[in-house]
Design a protein around this ligand. Structure first.
Ligand code: ZN
Length: 340
C-alpha cells in the first residue's frame, strides 16, 4: 500500500482493505464551484480511483474567495472550471484518473456517463440539476449526496436508493429551499462544513460501511451557532414519482427545445441550443472582431463584450449572456451574434 495514504489506512474504519476499495471506485461530481472543488480535492487526496467532474462554467475573480482549486491565472485566462480543476488535481495526485467535461447537466448526456459510477456528489447550484441526479440515482441504483450552502448556512443529505427517502420525497416536507441564489453572499466555512459532511459520507459509501452512513438530513448556520439533524425515514413516499412503486422519473424527460436558465445572482442567462455542434471558435472570433466590441478567445471559449453585455460561447454551442436576466433578450443576442 502506498505510503501517501498511511494516515488514512491507520483510521480503522477504512484500513488497508477500505483503501483498496476507494482505489477501485468511480465518483461523479456534478459541479466544480465551491462545493465541487472542496469535494474533488478531498477525494483526489484520499486516493479515489476515478473522478468525473462536470461543470458548465469558467473561472472568474469572484470565485477565488472560496473555490479552492483555482488561481488568479485561471481567472485571468477564464479557463473552464472543469479544465482548471483537472490541471490542479493532477498535480495533487497523479494516480487518480480524472475525467473533466465542460458541459451542462443535460439529463440524456448525464445518463450516458454514469455507467460504472459508484457514487454521485451534488455540487450544483440549482434544483433542476439536483432533481435530475435524484432520478438518475433511483433509476440506476447509485447513491448520491445532496449538498447546498448560502451565506453561513449549509445542508446535506445522503440518498441510498432502495432505502432512504429520495429528494423528491422530501420536497415540501423539510426546508430545502432558498439555497438556489447566491445574492446573499457566502463565507467559505459554510462551504467547508458541507464539504466535510459530503466527503465523510462519500468515504463511508466508498468503503461500503453502510451502517455508518448518516440517515438524517443535517443543516447548520455557522454564524447563528445552530445545528440540526432531522430524521426523515418516515417521509419515504410510496407514491413518489422518482422512488415509489409507479415511477416515471419526471426529471429525466427532455424536450428538444433551446433551453435557457437565469443564473442566480449573476445577472446572466445560460443558453443551451437544442442540438449540439462543434463550433469553429477561431472563425467565430474572427467574425466578431469586425463588429464594435472586444473579442477574447482561449481554446475553450470566445468572449465578446459590446456595451453593457458580455457573451461567452463555449465550443459545444452553449453560451452565457452576462448583463441581463431576460431570457428572451438573451436568446435574441445569441442569434444575433452567434447565429444558428
Ligand atoms: Zn422519493
Amino acid at each position: 500500500m502506498n505510503e501517501r495514504y498511511s494516515r488514512q489506512t491507520l483510521f480503522s474504519p477504512i484500513g488497508e482493505a477500505g483503501q483498496e476499495k476507494v482505489k477501485q471506485k468511480h465518483v461523479l461530481l456534478l459541479g466544480a464551484g465551491a462545493l465541487g472543488t472542496g469535494s474533488a480535492e478531498a477525494l483526489v487526496r484520499a486516493g479515489i480511483g476515478t473522478l468525473t467532474i462536470i461543470d458548465r462554467d469558467y473561472v472568474e475573480w469572484s470565485n477565488l474567495q472560496r473555490q479552492q482549486l483555482y488561481t488568479e491565472s485561471d481567472a485571468t485566462a477564464r479557463l473552464p472550471k472543469a479544465v482548471a480543476a483537472k490541471n490542479r488535481l493532477t498535480e495533487l495526485n497523479s494516480e487518480v484518473e480524472i475525467r473533466a467535461y465542460v458541459m451542462d447537466a443535460d439529463p440524456r448526456e448525464l445518463e450516458t456517463m454514469i455507467s460504472g459510477v459508484d457514487l454521485m456528489i451534488d455540487a450544483t447550484d440549482n434544483f433542476d440539476a439536483r432533481m435530475v441526479m435524484n432520478d438518475l440515482s433511483q433509476k440506476h441504483g447509485i447513491p448520491w449526496i445532496y449538498g447546498a450552502c448560502v451565506s453561513s448556512y449549509g445542508i446535506s443529505y445522503t440518498v441510498l436508493p432502495g432505502e432512504s427517502p429520495c429528494l423528491n420525497c422530501l420536497l415540501g416536507q423539510v426546508p430545502l429551499g432558498g439555497l438556489t441564489c447566491d445574492t446573499a453572499g457566502i463565507i467559505s466555512p459554510a462551504v467547508q462544513m458541507v464539504v466535510a459532511h459530503q466527503t465523510a459520507e462519500a468515504l463511508k459509501i466508498l468503503v461500503e460501511d453502510w451502517e455508518a452512513v448518516r440517515r438524517k438530513l443535517v443543516s447548520f448556520d455557522l454564524w447563528a451557532n445552530q445545528h440540526s439533524a432531522i430524521g426523515v425515514s418516515v417521509m419515504k413516499n410510496p407514491d413518489c414519482p422518482s422512488c415509489g412503486e409507479q415511477r416515471s422519473y419526471p426529471y429525466l424527460s427532455y424536450d428538444m427545445q433551446m433551453k435557457t436558465a437565469v443564473l442566480c445572482g449573476r445577472d446572466s442567462v445560460q443558453i443551451r441550443p437544442s442540438t449540439k455542434q462543434e463550433w469553429d471558435l477561431p472563425s467565430l472570433a474572427d467574425n466578431l472582431s469586425r463588429l464594435s466590441g472586444t473579442v477574447e478567445r482561449n481554446p475553450y471559449l470566445v468572449s465578446f463584450t459590446t456595451g453593457e453585455k458580455r457573451m461567452v460561447l463555449f465550443k459545444d454551442g452553449r453560451a452565457l449572456i452576462h448583463g441581463t436576466q431576460d431570457t428572451a433578450e438573451a436568446k435574441t443576442l445569441y442569434h444575433k451574434y452567434f447565429g444558428s
